[in-house]
Design a protein around this ligand. Structure first.
Ligand SMILES: Cc1cc2nc3c(=O)[nH]c(=O)nc-3n(C[C@H](O)[C@H](O)[C@H](O)COP(=O)(O)OP(=O)(O)OC[C@H]3O[C@@H](n4cnc5c(N)ncnc54)[C@H](O)[C@@H]3O)c2cc1C
Length: 457
């Protein structure tokens, strides 16, 4: 449907000030997320509401004119979830960023545009902690975290975003604002609609506010860094550790990602290692050193060549920072297809072996970092965009990595979401019946298909 000539003027009139921007240089900045999806369209406007009511006005206008609405947080997504759509609007929640802490209920009430880092900082002022910690925590919004059900480094012990969502305010496709959940720890009244919106990637409603559970500040951590001759040995160490222990972080870097980080910013990592495991334990009191000792034994039994331990938080953070640098570091090597595949933890060695075979078969470079403790890996397929044959091989490898994960009973995405990048592979994982059910839910909540069309389903 083509937008009537005066329809945009109607939106600008309804939302005066600088809420609606149509200037091409502003619009251009909102076309892509971090994945730089080449299929991203050009929206007719970017709408940056300041409150719920303005979100409702924009969505009601879009519903009336059947205009696609792409909700956007901070645009750090890695699967094209907030890629703009031709002729649509981008609804950016960036100006709704207030955070309040309720110390009595131990919750944060955060507007959708607040950054994950803002919530953590506000909680820390009261001795509280908001655990979900995507590597992008300083550049991603709570709305985006809820919409993707973001994970991160401490999920292995503390769970993912959904485990902390107690309440949501959501603007539906017809502009209705619904309040789901609240500051209650337990609440089973009615259908579990709250969780339907977590991970819905902007396809079912627009999250404007979240009530997030907080926990007491994290106990001091010890860090262990083990270097292994091979990825396989490191993966077997992960399986052994996870059989009986629950560290608060368990990250893996392979040789290619270690060297990419060292090329990008020297961090003192062992360039000769086949793989590194970076493990943290935060068990209280003496239990912490016992846990670290048990992790050391498991690593040594799996063939670790060198094991380093530290109780110094700054030294530990340096290794975690090196791990967080992996994406920008690999990004510096060429164009990328980012993977986010996962498998049940005992099958992590098989998944990593499968990825290595795919890299060899298609002659592509696939550095891997992984939230290894929860079986979630990020193989990054690097290619030269000026070499069509190389790009074709990279595309084949991308699809094959997802097929390998599915064959192992795993997933095509553990935390980044399906977005637009992985849409084609979703039916292979979910099957026809679950896809049909998903389409029925989408049709019930968004009958005209205006919310994030082209993403996920
Ligand atoms: C360097 C780097 C490291 C990363 N590490 C991790 C990691 O460890 N773990 C992890 O999970 N992710 C990680 N990510 C991916 C990304 O940061 C997360 O997916 C994050 O949750 C996206 O938040 P955002 O605010 O940037 O959302 P956007 O990119 O703007 O949007 C993401 C999706 O959410 C939807 N959306 C956004 N806001 C709303 C809203 N208010 N209501 C409804 N839908 C909305 C969008 O339509 C889109 O589908 C990383 C990204 C980068 C660049």
């Amino acid at each position: 449907m083509t937008l009537a000539p005066d329809a945009l003027a109607e939106l600008v009139d309804a939302l005066p000030g600088s809420v609606v921007r149509t200037d091409p240089e502003v619009v251009e900045k909102y076309r892509w997320d971090w994945s730089r999806d080449p299929g991203a369209g050009t929206p007719v406007a970017v709408v940056r509401p300041e409150d719920d009511e303005q979100v409702q006005v924009a969505v009601r206008w879009a519903a009336r004119h059947r205009v696609p609405v792409v909700p956007r947080g901070a645009g750090s997504g890695l699967s094209g979830g907030s890629s703009a759509v031709d002729g649509g609007i981008v609804l950016s929640l960036e100006r709704m960023s207030a955070v309040e802490i309720d110390t009595q209920c131990q919750v944060a009430v955060a507007e959708a545009g607040a950054f994950n880092a803002d919530v953590k900082a506000a909680a820390a002022e009261h001795g509280l902690w908001y655990p979900p910690d995507p590597s992008s925590w300083q550049i991603c919004s709570i709305g985006g975290n809820v919409a993707t059900n973001a994970g991160g480094l401490c999920c292995v012990k503390y769970g993912v975003t959904t485990d902390y969502v107690l309440g949501l305010d959501v603007v539906l496709a017809d502009g209705t604002l619904v309040r789901l959940g609240g500051k209650r720890i337990k609440d089973v009244a009615g259908l579990s609609l709250l969780k339907l919106f977590v991970g819905s990637e902007g396809t079912l409603g627009i999250v404007t506010r979240a009530i997030l559970r907080l926990v007491p500040a994290q106990a001091p951590r010890s860090t262990l860094v083990a270097s292994f001759p091979t990825v396989d040995a490191a993966a077997h160490a992960v399986v052994a550790v996870r059989r009986s222990l629950r560290p608060s972080m368990m990250e893996l870097m392979d040789a290619a990602s270690i060297n990419a980080v060292e090329d990008y910013r020297p961090m003192g990592l062992d360039r000769s290692a086949g793989a590194l495991l970076i493990v943290q334990c935060d068990a209280p009191g003496a239990a912490r050193s016992e846990e670290i000792a048990a992790v050391r034994v498991a690593c040594e039994e799996a063939g670790a060549a060198d094991v380093f331990e530290t109780d110094d938080p700054d030294e530990g953070e340096m290794f975690v920072e090196a791990r967080r640098l992996a994406f920008p570091a690999v990004e510096a090597r060429g164009a990328l297809f980012l993977e986010d595949v996962g498998a049940p933890v005992p099958l992590l060695p098989d998944l990593l072996a499968g990825i290595a075979s795919i890299a060899a078969a298609h002659e592509v470079e696939i550095p891997v970092v992984a939230h290894a403790g929860d079986g979630n890996t990020h193989p990054v397929i690097v290619y030269d965009p000026t070499d069509p044959a190389g790009e074709k091989r990279a595309r084949l490898a991308f699809a094959e990595v997802m097929r390998t994960a599915i064959a192992l009973g795993g997933t095509i995405t553990g935390e980044h979401g399906v977005g637009r990048a992985k849409k084609a592979a979703l039916p292979d994982q979910l099957g026809a019946d679950v896809m049909a059910l998903s389409h029925r839910i989408k049709a019930a909540l968004d009958p005209d298909g205006i919310l994030n069309p082209g993403a996920v389903l």
